[in-house]
Each structure stands twice: as structure tokens, then as C-alpha cells.
Design a protein around this ligand. Structure first.
Ligand code: NAD
Ligand code: UGA
Length: 435
């Protein structure tokens, strides 16, 4: 099939490449000409494992190319996936849907009769219905559907080619048939396919993210109680996770969630529910958010106490800048929020990250950066482990002990082998664990 993907960021670039990989002919569109130029040269605009290889293969096959022209895209195919951003509004917790509106409005005059416009962006429930009403005025033969995206950064290619489920919200049997056709290779592999109305599909997405964020804040709330009681949250998490009704995933205690999605999605969901008169039903999401941001403050407090009550004249080595490993995304990164708070209190901070240094530098220019772990920790009074990259679990703690001034470590992600670090002479502290 021929299709377009509008917006080629973390979701769109991967979706476009994966659709080409399964045999479709794809035109990707972005308003950012530099991004389009990179993608046409088969270069991924972000760090995402497997994406460069996939782009190289699919661009070379002739099935994938990119443009800045929405009009060209509208005429290219009868199926369009909208993958533009829906960030938080600058002065409100609600989602900013202006990019979705602009993409649909921009294509509308040139859409072929019978076109299907499929939203993948995460939007407030009711967006598809609103856009459908708008399209009825400007492109009466076009149709809107919603097909939320569940990929995770760092495993986006795998999540797209082998999803755990597909959810489509449609208003006609024809739209369902088109989407079944597009995803036929996945469906042949037995992927569960939920076909519902657009509002339910929109809600499935924000409900899933809200549940996952709640799980993380739940375990971080337990870490606070463990701190008060002198108990160990990592053992608690493992023990409750063994209950198959609870499960282990998303019970990793520590610095909490960041990124471009969980924080803004739970705020936008609460704001939309309020508008609908159902604010009380999801009022707990405010608490989920508050618990989450509190872990950043608690981490700074723990670090300050360890260096003697003040960061003035202290050197702090930071391991990690990205909001999660295997990604260069620093949007609402807990690691950078902590690093910058420590810097603002007077510490000399040097940050290491395997992939996110350029983005980090652009977002927090006052921090110092290095691509070499021992350089980040050279002469440090304290090392903060803030993003759980695999390579940090492979550090030789004895070697690192030789470069620091004091072997003091905060393992804010609870992924390091504490015993090994202690045996190498380190004092290791973490939220929710006895000191
Ligand atoms: P992003 O900011 O990385 O990319 C958005 C892209 O859209 C940018 O390249 C931008 O230039 C482009 N764009 C904006 N307006 C445009 C227009 N009118 N025409 C063409 N291109 C336009 O965003 P993202 O992280 O890929 O997220 C996209 C959506 O998917 C959001 O709603 C997000 O909540 C949702 N989502 C994201 C993830 C994730 O892991 N990042 C996962 C699932 C869902
Ligand atoms: C998340 C969801 O997992 C995806 O399903 C969803 O599509 C996406 O949001 C989205 O809508 O954008 P992502 O943000 O890429 O994906 O990454 P996650 O692996 O979910 O991690 C999110 C944050 O939670 C990270 O900062 C991570 O460090 C933190 N986290 C995760 C924890 O603190 N503890 C955990 O147990 C798990």
C-alpha cells in the first residue's frame, strides 16, 4: 500500500521506516527541513537502536522517502498517519494539539476523495471527533480514525514491528479494513487487534500511560515509607512483583519517570477529565505526579546530606543525562533536573552520557559534559548514578574509586551491584534503602 507519515520525530521516523520494512511505499513529511534531509540520507535523527540500519535498507529499496510538503503528501496516497507532537501547553497542564490540527488542516485541501487520516499522536479524548467535524466541512469525503502508539524509546523498532497489541478507533467498516490491511503482517503473527470507536482508542492510550506512571509512583511512595521505617524497597518490590497479579515490570524504584510522555500525558488526562466533569475520577494522577517530582528533590536532599550539608566547593560526577537508557531524549529528564539542581546549589557538576550529550548541552548549557566516565568522576566528592545505562552496570568500581576524591555513590536507579561497589570501598546510598 501507499501511505504517508506526517511528523518524523521519535514515533514518526520509526513508524515510517517500519511501514516500509513490511512492504508499504511510504512518504514521510516533516516541517523541519534538516530532519527531512537527514532522513533522505537514511540517517536517524535520534539515537534509537536499529533505526539507522532499517532506514538504510528501506530508503535504498526505494519504498521510503521524505518531504516537507504536506500538499505533496496529501496527493501521494489515500492513507495518512499523523505522528506530530502533542506537548504540554506552556501555561496549562492540558495538551497542546495545535500541531495535530495544523497537520490535518494543512493536508485537507489536497486530500484525495475517500482518504483515511489516522492519528497516532496521543491526544485528549474527543480530538478525533472534533477533527472529523472539521474535515466534514473542508474535505467531506475524507475520514478520521485513531490508532494510538505504544512504543517505548530505546526499543521503538522492535515495539513497532512486534507490538503487544494494536488498537484502532474507527467510524466505518472500510476504515477497519484499510487498517487491517496495513497491519496484515503483524496480524498474521497473532497480534491482538482491538477495533473500537475513536474515543475509546484515544482513552486506551492515556489510560495505559496513566497506569504505568501510577505503578512507578506507587513503588516510589513505598520507598518513602521504607526510608521512614528503615526498610528496603528493592526487596519489597521484588517480593510484591512475584505476585502474578502485580508483576515485576514498572516497579523499579528510584528517581522516577521523565520523558516527553508520562509527565505530560497524566497532566493532560487529568485536565481533559476535569473538562468532561470527571476530574474526581482521576484526581489521584495529581498525586502520582507529585510523588514523581518529589523523588528528584529527595535525591538532591540525600546527595547534599552525603557531602556534608552543602554543595559549595563540591565536585559531583553525574552518570546519565537521558531520561532513560538507549535513548538520547532529554525531554523532562530526571537526571538533568537533579544535575542542574545540584549545580544551582554551588557544586561543580560534570555529566556523562553515552548518547545524549548534544541534546543535554542544548537544554542545560551551564552544566559541564564529557563522554568519558572517569573524566566525569575525576576528583569527585560524590558520584550520582541517574540514568541506568547498561554500561554503568559494567563499570569496575575499584578502577573508578582511584579517580574520585571520596568514594561516595548515590545509586538513584537501584540497578548497580551494591555489594560489588561496597567491596571496592564505596559508600553506596539510595532512596528507600537502609544506609
Ligand atoms: P517529536 O517531537 O519527536 O516529533 C514530532 C515531529 O513532528 C517533529 O519532527 C516536528 O517537526 C513534526 N511536525 C510538527 N508539526 C508538523 C506538521 N504540521 N507537519 C509535519 N510535521 C510536523 O514527537 P514524538 O516523541 O515522536 O511524539 C509524537 C506523538 O506520539 C506525541 O503525541 C506523543 O505523545 C506520542 N507518543 C510518543 C512516544 C515516544 O516514545 N516518543 C510513544 C508513543 C506515543
Ligand atoms: C512510555 C511507555 O512505556 C510507552 O508504552 C508509551 O508508548 C510511551 O511512554 C509514550 O506514550 O510516549 P517511554 O517513555 O519511552 O515509554 O519509556 P519507559 O520505559 O516507559 O520509561 C519512562 C520513564 O519511567 C523513564 O524515565 C524510566 O526511567 C522510568 N521508569 C520506568 C521508572 O522509573 N521505573 C520503572 O519501573 C520503569
Amino acid at each position: 500500500m501507499k501511505l504517508t507519515v506526517i511528523g518524523t520525530g521519535y514515533v514518526g521516523a520509526v513508524h515510517a521506516a517500519c511501514m516500509a520494512e513490511i512492504g508499504h511505499t511510504v512518504l514521510g513529511v516533516d516541517i523541519n527541513p534538516d530532519r527531512v534531509d537527514l532522513l533522505n540520507r537514511a540517517k536517524a535523527p535520534m539515537h534509537e537502536p536499529g533505526l539507522d540500519e532499517l532506514l538504510t535498507r528501506t530508503v535504498a529499496s526505494g519504498r521510503l522517502r521524505f518531504t516537507t510538503s504536506l500538499a505533496q503528501a496529501a496527493r501521494f496516497a489515500g492513507l495518512h498517519f499523523i505522528c506530530v507532537g502533542t506537548p504540554q501547553q506552556p501555561d496549562s497542564p492540558a495538551a497542546d494539539v495545535r500541531y495535530v490540527d495544523a497537520a490535518v488542516e494543512g493536508m485537507a485541501p489536497d486530500l484525495r476523495p475517500g482518504s483515511l487520516v489516522v492519528g497516532k499522536s496521543t491526544v485528549p479524548v474527543g480530538t478525533a471527533a472534533r477533527l472529523a467535524a472539521r474535515l466534514r466541512q473542508v474535505a467531506p469525503q475524507a475520514e478520521i480514525a485513531w490508532n494510538p502508539e505504544f512504543l517505548r524509546e530505546g526499543s521503538a523498532v522492535r515495539d513497532t514491528l512486534w507490538p503487544e497489541r494494536l488498537v484502532v478507533g474507527v467510524s466505518s467498516a472500510r476504515a477497519e479494513a484499510v487498517l487491517r490491511d496495513v497491519y496484515a503482517p503483524m496480524l498474521r503473527g497473532g497480534v491482538p487487534f482491538f477495533c473500537t470507536d475513536p474515543s475509546t482508542a484515544e482513552l486506551v492510550k492515556v489510560a495505559a500511560n496513566s497506569f504505568l506512571a501510577t505503578k512507578i509512583s506507587f513503588i516510589n511512595a513505598m520507598a518513602e515509607v521504607c526510608d521512614a521505617a528503615g526498610a528496603d524497597v528493592t526487596t519489597l518490590a521484588q517480593a510484591i512483583g512475584e505476585d502474578s497479579r502485580i508483576g515485576h515490570p514498572f516497579l523499579q524504584p528510584g528517581l522516577g519517570f521523565g520523558g516527553s510522555c508520562f509527565p505530560k500525558d497524566i497532566r493532560a488526562f487529568a485536565a481533559r477529565a476535569e473538562e468532561l466533569g470527571a476530574g474526581k475520577a482521576v484526581a489521584f494522577l495529581h498525586e502520582v505526579d507529585e510523588i514523581n517530582t518529589r523523588q528528584r528533590r529527595r535525591t538532591v536532599d540525600l546527595a547534599r546530606a552525603l557531602v556534608g550539608g552543602s554543595f559549595a566547593d563540591r565536585n559531583v560526577g553525574v552518570l546519565g543525562a537521558a531520561f532513560k537508557p538507549d535513548s538520547d531524549d532529554v525531554r523532562d529528564s530526571p537526571a538533568l533536573a537533579v544535575a542542574d539542581a545540584v549545580r544551582a546549589e554551588g557544586a561543580e557538576v560534570r555529566v556523562h552520557d553515552p548518547a545524549a550529550l548534544d541534546n543535554a548541552q542544548a537544554a542545560f548549557p551551564e552544566l559541564k559534559y564529557t563522554s568519558v566516565v572517569p573524566e566525569a568522576c575525576d576528583g569527585a566528592d560524590l558520584v550520582l548514578h541517574l540514568t541506568p545505562w547498561r554500561e554503568y552496570a559494567e563499570i569496575d568500581p575499584a578502577l573508578l574509586a582511584r579517580v574520585v576524591r571520596r568514594p561516595l555513590l548515590v545509586d538513584a536507579r537501584n540497578t548497580l551491584d551494591v555489594q560489588a561497589w561496597q567491596q571496592a570501598g564505596w559508600c553506596v546510598r539510595a532512596l528507600g534503602r537502609p544506609g
